[in-house]
Design a binder for this molecule. Structure first.
Ligand code: GLY
Ligand code: MN
Ligand code: MN
Length: 507
């Protein structure tokens, strides 16, 4: 099903009729398009408030936030589009919207604040060839798309055709004129256009280019930091993502016997989770980690090619992403047969105790890094009690950030990260705002300690080799503590066993 857009045309394998009679025939005989405009969405109302916050941080500057473009998967086939997270956050657009769109916040002349405008390629008119011939934007190929008017109504901001963007970017840019900042990693072409506008405006020296690039990176940091505290609508989105994730976890547990029976059961698990994710939301928020037995000791095991067998643990780390692109990130580790062996349960209970300590540390006033500190102390203490740390190393010594950390051999990752539109959300925020920052009401974090004993780790007793356990929940910081968004999923060893034995029905 090769399209006929010019960009993709490398070799001509199809006839491309150009006759006037044919063109006229294609244009005629269509029922009129509805002129009804959509309502302003709730997502857009919250996005407007976020733009206000951003506007206040950059008075008098033009801010450019691209959605990004389609990415070729192979030959003339693209990956499903996903907008840049900053763009989604500031427009409320999710799912696959809107390739090549660019949000511009234009400072109001002689006034305060900014006026937002969305530049994008609207639905092609029926008298254009694109209507039936363009495989990336033509209605024949990708279905109906927004018009300038419908997008304006839906988003509550003016819209313009993308062809007007270059002039809008370049207008008045210069040392004595406007400063402009762009989110560089969202769309390289738009970043280039901004760079050209700067150069033409007289900001082309190396020092000026360096200063502009630094200003761009500062904007990206601000946008990332601005997402750390979620508004009410976002917290509701996170709960929706987690609810759908819990349902998908139930389905996976129900399908465990089938995964065992079929062989290559990790793929079966991935598929069952993915089916529910795609059905309930936009899909999975990141590639699902479906890891049975020793595969669970590979932190990002997303190959998922292995069997699932009775007697093993299955570690499933997966999250449904809503249509608005907010993702859950949940891990449960379950005994495939419905019963933990004694060593499996010993490891599981240690991880659970560490998670409880981490969860208890999630409250306003504590710092982000306190959550990890609380959990890792429990992990380290168990490893010490089990005689796994090097001889003579005390708990204090292994917890020493510089000279110790021996316990990391069995849990090398952090306990928490921010969660939202990105699974590792707010990643560009500064260390002082993120790791060292105080927890505030509305932040959403994971708490996810684990223990991973590789099958070939000769420093651990044989009975522990090949056991990997992680327990991961998503919590929102409240006024006086936290609320576990994923508390509906079984968590203690007994609860998990009962869940598996009941075929995924929660007690
Ligand atoms: N799923 C990746 C993580 O837990 O951070
Ligand atoms: Mn996580
Ligand atoms: Mn995870």
């Amino acid at each position: 099903m090769a399209g006929m857009s010019e960009k993709q045309h490398k070799a001509e394998h199809r006839n491309r009729p150009t006759g006037e009679a044919f063109m006229a025939f294609m244009r005629e005989g269509w029922a009129p398009r509805s002129s009804e405009l959509p309502e302003l969405t709730e997502a857009a109302r919250y996005a407007a408030a976020r733009r206000e916050t951003l506007s206040a941080a950059y008075p008098g500057e033009r801010l450019v936030v691209p959605a990004g473009g389609l990415k070729i998967r192979s030959n003339d086939t693209d990956y499903v589009f996903r907008p840049h997270s900053a763009f989604a956050h500031l427009t409320g657009l999710g799912a696959d919207r809107e390739p090549d769109a660019v949000l511009v916040l234009e400072p109001v002349a002689d006034g305060e604040g900014h006026e937002a405008c969305l530049y994008f390629v609207p639905l092609a008119d029926r008298d254009s060839e694109d209507f039936f011939a363009d495989s990336r934007s033509g209605e024949f190929w990708v279905g109906s798309r927004p018009t300038l008017a419908s997008a304006a109504a839906e988003l509550g901001m003016p819209t313009r055709h993308l062809s007007e963007l270059p002039d809008a970017l370049a207008k008045d840019v210069g040392p004595s004129g406007l400063a402009v900042r762009v989110v560089r990693d969202a769309d390289r072409e738009v970043a280039q256009q901004v760079d050209e506008a700067r150069a033409q405006g007289g900001l082309g020296s190396q020092a000026q280019v360096d200063a502009s690039t630094e200003a761009d990176l500062e904007l990206a940091r601000t946008l990332s930091t601005q997402r750390m505290v979620k508004d009410d609508w976002e917290v509701a989105q996170m709960q929706e993502a987690v609810d759908a994730t819990a349902t998908a976890f139930d389905a996976v547990v129900e399908h465990l016997p089938e995964a065992v029976r079929r062989g290559r059961g990790e793929r079966w698990v991935e598929g069952v989770f993915g089916l529910h994710a795609r059905h309930a939301g936009n899909g999975v928020g990141y590639d699902s980690i479906c890891a049975a037995g020793d595969h669970a000791t590979t932190l990002h095991w997303i190959r998922n090619t292995g069997d699932v067998a009775d007697g093993q643990l299955l570690l499933l780390d997966a999250g449904v992403e809503t249509d608005a692109l907010y993702t859950a990130d949940v891990t449960r580790t379950v005994p495939v047969s419905g019963t933990f062996t004694e060593p499996q349960r010993r490891v599981y209970d240690a991880v659970l105790e560490a998670q409880e300590a981490g969860l208890a540390a999630v409250r306003p006033g504590n710092r982000f890094q306190d959550v990890h500190a609380a959990a890792i102390e429990v992990i380290a203490r168990h490893l010490l009690d089990w005689g796994l740390l090097p001889d003579d190393v005390t708990l204090e010594q292994t917890l020493d950030a510089k000279e110790g950390q021996f316990h990391r051999r069995w849990m090398v990752h952090g306990t928490s990260h921010h969660l939202g539109i990105d699974v590792h959300d707010c990643a560009q925020a500064l260390r002082e705002d993120y790791v060292e920052g105080e927890l505030r009401e509305g932040m959403v974090l994971t708490v996810e300690p684990g223990l991973y004993f590789k099958a070939d780790d000769l420093l651990v007793p044989e009975e522990l080799r090949g056991i990997g356990v992680r327990i991961e929940d998503d919590v929102v910081v409240t006024a006086d503590g936290s609320r576990n968004l994923s508390a509906m999923l079984p968590r203690t060893a007994d609860e998990v066993e009962a869940w598996v034995r009941a075929g995924g029905r929660r007690g």
